[in-house]
Every structure is written in structure tokens, then in C-alpha cells.
Design a binder for this molecule. Structure first.
Ligand code: AMP
Length: 191
């Protein structure tokens, strides 16, 4: 089973992916985590991505698609994976489609976690305090930029998956357990 968890920054994609990884034995592919690891390790990728991430912008499609193409080749992805934070543009969604088709694979379900923006701002404020600002992009000003980017570049992907009949939406405003239950409900019905 290959899944995409979709939603704006702070919607809980990472939290839910961590749970689904355990319960379904899937690989968790968070492009944000991969980029943060590259920044921390000071690799050429990290050097290119760091400032872009801190500004709340998107790294180039070419760069991120290369990272995902390599990651999907790793053995732990053979039994299925959860994409978290990718694709973030229509070009990335198309590139992913081509990449998977070439391997005879496909995305089985895209689960959109729907939340309201005021709640997201409150969540990021909380996360920023909890982690002592460990993530350079965890502040309200950057969140607003990231939400703008989400609306302008990422949300337009939804019709692409809707047309394929794989798009499902869950209410992301409940507790973590409630959101997990809603996602499990979608998976039980569709995959
Ligand atoms: P995330 O942890 O998913 O919120 O990602 C953190 C940051 O990494 C984003 O704000 C972007 O700067 C960058 N990033 C992560 N995934 C992508 C992607 N698929 N395309 C472009 N930039 C990305």
C-alpha cells in the first residue's frame, strides 16, 4: 500500500504517518525530515535547501524529486510507503506518477487532513515553545508564508488525485486518536 498524507503545515501528517508506519509496516518518507537531516549533516543538498526552508519556501522540484526517486529505491519501500510532505506541487505529483508507473507501482490513496488555519497557527505556536524553536521554520510569521505557499502551490494538486479517484478527506480537528481512526476508516474501505 502506497499512501500520501496531504495537508498544510501543522496538520499532523508526521504524527499520523508515524502511527501508520507502525500499524501497517510501511516506510515513512518525510521530505522535510530528509532535508533537515541533510542540513544538519552539511551535505551539498542541505546547503542548498537550508535557507529556502528557513524562509518557508519550497526547494526546487528537480532537487526534491531526485531525493524521493532515490529514497523509493531503498528496500524498506518495497512493502509500501507513506509520503509525508511530498508531492507539494503539481509538477512533483506528475513526476511521482511517472516514477511509480515506470516501476509498475501507484498511489493507492491520498488522505487529505483538513484543518482550519487559526488552529494551525495555535499549534505551531505550541510546537515552537515545546521544542524551544528547534525548527527554524516553526514560527508564526514563517507559518503564514508556508500557508500561502500551500494554498498557491500545493492545494492545486488535489484535483489531480481527485481525477484519479484516490483522494479522501478526513477531519483533522479532532484528537490524534480520532484522526488516526478516521484515516484507518478510509484505508479499510478503499485499499
Ligand atoms: P515539512 O517538514 O514537510 O513541513 O517541510 C519543511 C520544509 O522543507 C518546507 O517548508 C520546504 O521548505 C521543504 N520541503 C519539504 N518537502 C518539500 C517538497 N516536497 N518540495 C519542496 N520543498 C519541500
Amino acid at each position: 500500500m502506497n499512501l500520501i498524507l496531504f495537508g498544510p503545515p501543522g496538520a499532523g501528517k508526521g504524527t499520523q504517518a508515524t502511527r501508520l508506519k507502525e500499524t501497517h509496516g510501511l516506510a515513512h518518507l518525510s521530505t522535510g525530515d530528509m532535508l533537515r537531516a541533510a542540513v544538519a549533516a552539511g551535505t551539498p543538498l542541505g546547503k542548498e535547501a537550508g535557507a529556502i526552508m528557513a524562509a518557508g519556501k519550497l526547494v526546487s522540484d528537480e532537487l526534491i524529486c531526485g531525493v524521493v526517486a532515490e529514497r523509493i529505491e531503498e528496500p524498506d519501500c518495497a512493502g509500501g510507503f507513506i509520503l509525508d510532505g511530498f508531492p507539494r506541487t503539481v509538477a512533483q505529483a506528475e513526476a511521482l506518477d511517472a516514477l511509480l508507473a515506470a516501476k509498475g507501482k501507484r498511489i493507492d490513496a491520498v488522505v487529505e487532513i483538513k484543518v482550519d488555519e487559526a488552529a494551525l497557527v495555535a499549534r505551531i505556536e505550541g510546537r515552537s515553545k515545546e521544542t524551544g524553536g528547534a525548527r527554524a521554520d516553526d514560527n508564526v510569521e514563517t507559518l503564514k508564508k508556508r500557508l500561502d505557499v500551500y494554498r498557491a502551490q500545493t492545494a492545486p494538486i488535489l484535483p489531480f488525485y481527485e481525477a484519479k479517484g484516490v483522494l479522501h478527506t478526513v477531519d483533522g480537528m479532532g484528537s490524534i486518536d480520532e484522526v488516526t481512526a478516521a484515516i484507518e476508516g478510509v484505508l479499510a474501505e478503499t485499499v
